[in-house]
Design a protein around this ligand. Structure first.
Ligand SMILES: [Zn+2]
Length: 99
């Protein structure tokens, strides 16, 4: 599973072979491992701040590299606020309106 090869340490430029951490300065040089750790961190952050599904989904689109996804995010976001505004208005009419 591990794709070990010679990896140059970005910190001290030492070449390391079959190492997750630099043999010279102990910097994490296994990018796959670093990626996994970041994903773990993201999961932990998500657990610390529970969000509902639409928020998580919107967040995913927002963080996407695709411009189309970003456009979709802003379109959805604005229509969501429009919907909220509409519901608020409808409730106000029900409560305060003639009837
Ligand atoms: Zn190093």
């Amino acid at each position: 599973m591990h794709l070990y090869s010679k990896i140059k340490c970005p910190n001290c430029n030492t070449w390391n072979e079959n190492q997750d951490y630099c043999s010279n300065c102990n910097t994490l040089i296994n990018y796959q491992l670093e990626k996994n750790q970041k994903e773990e961190q993201k999961k932990l952050e998500a657990l610390e701040a529970p969000k509902d599904k639409i928020d998580i989904w919107l967040e995913k689109i927002k963080n996407s590299d695709s411009g189309l996804d970003k456009a979709l995010y802003w379109a959805l976001r604005s229509s969501w606020f429009l919907l909220l505004a509409f519901v608020t208005l409808a409730i106000s009419v029900l409560i305060f309106g003639p009837g």
